[in-house]
Design a protein around this ligand. Sequence first.
Ligand code: CXF
Ligand code: ZN
Length: 387
Amino acid sequence: GQSSQPIRCKAAVCRAAGEPLVIEEIVVDPPKAHEVRIKIVCTSLCHSDVTFWRMQVGLSRPFSLCVPPSIDRSDGPSRPKWDFPAVFPRIFGHEAFGVVESVGEHVEDLATGDAVVPTFLGQCTECVDCGSDRSNVCSKYRFAVRAGLPRDVDGTRFHDRHGAPLSHFLGVSSFSEYTVVDATQVVRVDHAVPPASACLLSCGATTGVGAAWKLAKVEPGSSVAIFGLGAVGLALKGPGFAGRKKFGVTHFINPQELGEKSVSEAIIEITDGGADYCFECIGLASLMNDAFRSSREGWGKTIILGVEMHGAPLSIPSHEILHGKCVMGSLFGGVKPKQDIPILAQKYLNRELELDKFITHEVTLKDINTAFDLLLQGKSLRCTIWM
Ligand code: CXF
Ligand code: ZN
C-alpha cells in the first residue's frame, strides 16, 4: 500500500571517507512516485562499497563512471566539482534483500510484501536498450555514480536526526533498516529463496554468473582464465559449468611464484596457446593487458568486468585484434535485472546455481565494521549483515 509517513530507523552512516561507519537513528522519506520503500532483511558488503568508502580527495578519483555531484558556477565558466566530500555523509550498501514496505504512485509491478532485491543498475523496460537483448544498460535512466537521483538531480531520501541530508549510494543504500529505491532498480524474487542467498543475486554473484552466461556466452569445455578470485571471479563458472577448488578451478597462478615467467606466458603454456576466455575482475589496466595477452589468437575473448581504479586507459596492440582477439565488457555482467535475476533465483532453487558457498561470515548491523575489516584483510568472500 501507499504510505506517506517518514520512518525512523537505524542505519550505518559513513560520516567521512575511510572512517568506520556509525550506527545512527535516521529518517527515511516515504517513497515518491516511481519509488518503493524496502524493509531490508539482510545486506552484504561488495568491494565497490569499500572502493567508494575509501575514496578521498587526492587519494583515488577513479571513476570514469562518476558524474560530478554538482556544477560549480561560482568562479566563471561552469566546471564540475570533483570534490567528493560533497557526497558524505552517506549510506553505503547496494547488495541486499528485503521486503517492500510501501510503494509510491505509479508503481505497477511491485506491491507491499513482495520479496525483492535492489540493484545498482535499473531496467525501465521501455527504452530501446531495455527492449533489446544486446544491451543491459537502460538508456532512459543511464547508469552513473552520482550524488543526485535518476529522476531528481537534487533529490535526497535520508536525513540524520538533526535533519541534515544523507547521500545515497548507487540509488540503493542498503546499510539501513529501511531504504527507498527507484522501482526500475527493484526486482521481485521468489519467496522460497532464503534471504542471505537472494542477497547475493543483488550484485556480485550475478555479475560473475552473468558475464559467463549473458556476455561471453562461454561454451562447456572452453578454457577460462579468471583474473581476480573474489565473488565475481568465483561466480563466473555459474550454472552449467562443471567450484578456489570448491568452485571448479583447475589451476592457480600466484604471480610471485612464477620467477622469470609472466602470468600470460604461464596461461599460454597451460592452455596450449592462450585461453578461450579471459575475465578481468579487479579493475586494473595492467591486469586487463595481462588478460588480453593470455587470450588465444584467432578467437580469444577478453572480458572486462572490473572498473579501472585509477581511470587509466587500456592500450592494446591493434594487430592482435586483426588476428582475431577481441575485448568486451559490461556492467553487471550483461544482466538485465528484472528479466534475468528471477531466472537465476529459479536456478538456485533447482540447485543448478550454488550461492551459499559465497557466504563466509555473518554479522549484525551493529558489527558492520567487522565486515569491512574481513574484506580488507582478504578473509571473507561475502559477509551477510543481518538487520
Ligand atoms: C559497480 C559497477 C560500477 C560502478 C560502481 C558499482 N558495481 C557493483 O559493485
Ligand atoms: Zn557490487
